[in-house]
Write a new protein. Structure first.
Length: 175
């Protein structure tokens, strides 16, 4: 399974790093994220300047644009193969109610959805940056559930969904 990760907090954000580390155990991960914090960018596209894609020392790619730019560039030409899923986050802070209109995290997932790819926006409902591992574990579980239903070619998924997951900032409970 191929997963495209993005966010609105920038390629250096701890939530993105936790998500990539957790999901790399069960999928082929590509990260294309903004070069800086673009929280509140909504679904905007950069139309006033050329966009550039660079690679960070950790292998993540970053773009001098919005979260929507990142997903759009990745899906429409940057990646050799289409991803099976787009996951945006893990955002630090909730994206609920009116926040979803302005959220770059939600916008990145929405762009994947609009391009026909099942997409998830992950948010950690916390301001303390504690317990990203809980949200990463839930993302891994969601990927397993989606994977179980992906018996169709990944070119385009007509049943694509756009899902928002909000995870409380608490320690993961082990069974």
């Amino acid at each position: 399974m191929r997963i495209l990760l993005s966010n609105d907090d920038g390629y250096f954000a701890p939530g993105l790093e936790h998500l990539a580390a957790a999901l790399s155990k069960c999928a082929e991960i590509t990260v294309v994220a903004p070069e800086r914090d673009r929280s509140g960018a909504s679904n905007s596209l950069t139309l006033d300047r050329p966009l550039t894609v660079r690679r960070a020392p950790n292998g993540f790619m970053f773009v001098n644009g919005t979260p929507t730019d990142c997903v759009h560039l990745a899906v429409t030409g940057l990646l050799e193969s289409l991803p099976d899923m787009v996951i945006s986050g893990i955002n630090l802070g909730a994206n609920m109610g009116d926040d979803t209109i302005y959220s770059g995290t939600v916008a990145a997932a929405t762009e994947g959805f609009l391009l026909g790819i099942p997409s998830i926006a992950m948010s950690l409902t916390s301001k303390t940056a504690a317990h990203f591992e809980t949200a990463a574990a839930i993302a891994t579980e969601l990927v397993a559930r989606v994977r179980a239903g992906l018996d169709v070619p990944p070119e385009r998924h007509p049943e694509a969904d756009d899902v928002g997951e909000h995870v409380p900032g608490i320690r993961q409970q082990r069974e």
